[in-house]
Design a protein around this ligand. Structure first.
Ligand SMILES: Nc1nc2c(c(=O)[nH]1)N[C@H]1C(S)=C(S)[C@@H](COP(=O)(O)OP(=O)(O)OC[C@H]3O[C@@H](n4cnc5c(N)ncnc54)[C@H](O)[C@@H]3O)O[C@H]1N2
Ligand code: MOO
Ligand SMILES: [Mg+2]
Length: 419
């Protein structure tokens, strides 16, 4: 008799999986290799930035008080006692009505408290000495880039778990992180099961199709920040599958299989979980696509039995595997980023279960709009290429109409969501 499965709500299924999600390990990489990784510790300012008061202009450093009487008709003259570029430090202490010629980035000489841009000065020489005059007054602090105005010593600038983008790279360099502690990328094993599967280079023959899932999943694994370890395809043979899975289990942090999780004659994953002694967390979710998604764990290791149908497989990864990966990468926001958007097309299909529609989100005049891409069936592969979001339609709703506000989960977004 066919096994009767009880679907659980999506949120409950995610919760069950996340109960097994844990922070991963830390590794140290050279700064050059840090881009695209995730910080394993907060990035803190261990000194002020800038570390000293400096000039934001090419000009002259003066004592503002000396400029008090300067006007168009009565310029004030300064003797230029020294010239410094960025990286130099003035040797002399400036006395009343003296100035230091200073270039952008150079430390403000002691005694000076304002900078006059070159363009506002008149320069000349007299008796072998250099002078400049100005025709307006300056206040203390004028044109000074102050110590600590960018960052204060002790500030936490970037929290742990943040994606290292080019800006974070700049901060890491600023604070002398030649080596960076990053989250170790989890290794995710992938098997595609199905006797119908051909490898990419093989020509089509009757009854067979090319395996696209493992390449799709590998890309999703990389997008989420982990390392895919593709172990190949497996025929629908329970002993062969079990042996292959047992052989690789110790070598990966997470194992994904695609296909073979439904109730068909050749859907062997349920038997394999049983033989492995794995505890099945759920084998039916009240969602479309991906209702057959099955998750089990053995010795704390998660085994994801994603559907063989490409769209169901894709959605299964984003909903259940991605947040586990992101948690291992220390992210406080492991889920897909959630937004609302205005529907640009009618979606008349009723939704007995939560529906994840492969969709495209656009921004127009600062507002988000969404439309479904391609056919909305779990065995469809073409719609995936155009999707940058999942439109989430709650179970128990009828169709939606153009102009309705709907929830969207963004697929290409680094930010993520905490819930
Ligand atoms: N009697 C029932 N039949 C089915 C049910 C059900 O509840 N009762 N559920 C359906 C749903 S929903 C889905 S989704 C699929 C899930 O099937 P499986 O996860 O068992 O996957 P397979 O049977 O192995 O394959 C399904 C489909 O996907 C194609 N496939 C498989 N692997 C790949 C791959 N690597 N690349 C591309 N395409 C792949 C495969 O050829 C099949 O066409 O079950 C329904 N049936
Ligand atoms: O699991 Mo199936 O993908 O619901 O369509
Ligand atoms: Mg099947």
């Amino acid at each position: 008799m066919i096994e009767k499965r009880t679907p659980i709500p999506v949120t409950e299924a995610i919760k069950k999986v996340m109960a097994y999600a844990k922070e991963g390990e830390i590794e140290t990489v050279q700064l050059e290799e840090a881009y695209g990784r995730y910080l394993a510790e907060p990035l803190c300012a261990d000194h002020d930035v800038p570390p000293f008061d400096r000039s934001p202009y090419d000009g002259f450093a003066i004592r503002a008080v000396d400029s008090a009487s300067a006007s168009l008709t009565h310029p004030v003259e300064f003797e230029v006692i020294e010239a410094i570029g960025a990286g130099d430090v003035a040797k002399q202490v400036v006395q009343p009505f003296q100035a230091v010629r200073i270039m952008t980035g150079a430390q403000i000489p002691s005694g000076c408290d304002a900078v006059v841009m070159l363009e506002l000065t008149n320069e000349y020489e007299r008796n072998g000495k250099k002078y400049m005059s100005i025709k307006r007054s300056f206040k203390p602090g004028d044109n000074i880039s102050f110590q600590g105005e960018d960052a204060r010593k002790g500030d936490v600038l970037v929290p742990k778990g943040t994606f290292i983008n080019p800006g974070v790279q700049a901060l890491l360099a600023t604070f002398g992180y030649a080596e960076v502690k990053v989250a170790k990328k989890p290794r995710i094993g992938i098997f595609a099961t199905g006797s119908e599967l051909l490898e990419v280079s093989e020509p089509l023959v009757p009854g067979k199709i090319r395996n696209s899932n493992s390449y799709m999943i590998s890309a999703q694994v990389i997008r989420s920040g982990a390392i895919p370890v593709y172990f190949g395809t497996l025929a629908d043979d329970v002993d062969e599958c079990l042996a292959a899975i047992e052989q690789v289990l110790d070598d990966v942090d997470i194992l994904i299989t695609t296909g073979g999780v439904s109730v068909g004659d050749y859907d062997y994953l349920p038997t394999i979980y049983e033989r492995l002694g794995a505890e099945v967390l759920f084998n039916k979710v009240a969602m479309r696509p991906g209702s057959v998604t099955t998750v089990a764990h053995v010795n704390g290791k998660l085994l994801f039995g994603l559907s063989g149908n490409p769209s169901a497989c894709y959605v299964g990864y984003e909903l259940f595997v991605r947040p586990v990966v992101r948690t291992r990468l220390f992210s406080p926001k492991p889920y897909l980023r959630k937004k609302t958007a205005t529907l640009l097309a009618d979606f008349p299909k009723p939704n007995p279960f939560t529906r994840f529609v492969r969709s495209y989100v656009t921004v127009q005049d600062g507002r988000l709009y969404v439309f479904p891409v391609g056919m909305d069936k779990s065995n469809i592969v073409t719609s995936l290429a155009k999707a940058n979001a999942l439109m989430v339609l709650p179970g128990g709703t009828r169709g939606f109409a153009k102009g309705d506000t709907v929830n969207v989960w963004l697929l290409e977004d680094e930010e993520g969501s905490a819930v």
